[in-house]
Design a protein around this ligand. Structure first.
Ligand SMILES: [Zn+2]
Ligand SMILES: [Zn+2]
Length: 141
């Protein structure tokens, strides 16, 4: 990403293979690390994601995204070629949460919260000063 693009508030990101990419023309908000068992199983560790306003998001390669319905209310999108876990949304909702790890640097983001820490893996400790919530925690933005 160019400095000019960053100054204009444009962020970009993609999956590992590049078949799915996105562009965001607006703020990235509510960056949280989710320690729930679903995020752990799908991502391999805990999963950090942020929210964007639906109108700010342009996705290319959406036909390469497979949606997995992980619960009654939520589904998770991943690249069917490389397996990158990119998106979480409430079923049929327009708003996406997007994997922070898929963003191109610099992101300008700082982790705001750890959520679902009651479900976290037993092989690591959370050793930073970021607020922790046993379940979902507060939503912003
Ligand atoms: Zn991919
Ligand atoms: Zn989770």
């Amino acid at each position: 990403m160019t400095d000019a693009a960053q100054e204009a508030g444009i962020h970009t990101g993609r999956c590992l293979c590049g078949a799915v990419a996105y562009r965001i023309a607006g703020p990235l908000v509510d960056l949280g690390a989710c320690h729930c068992s679903q995020c752990r199983r799908q991502s391999g560790h805990y999963w950090a994601s942020f929210d964007v306003a639906p109108g700010d998001l342009t996705i290319t390669g959406m036909d390469n995204v497979t949606w997995y319905r992980s619960s009654e209310s939520a589904e998770r999108g991943f690249c069917r070629t490389c397996g990158s876990f990119l998106f979480w949304r409430e079923v049929d909702a327009e708003a996406f949460e997007i994997s922070a790890g898929s963003l191109d640097r610099p992101t300008g983001l700082h982790l705001e919260k750890h959520i679902f820490v009651a479900d976290k893996g037993d092989y690591y400790e959370i050793a930073d000063d970021v607020p922790q919530f046993s379940a979902g925690g507060p939503k912003q933005g």
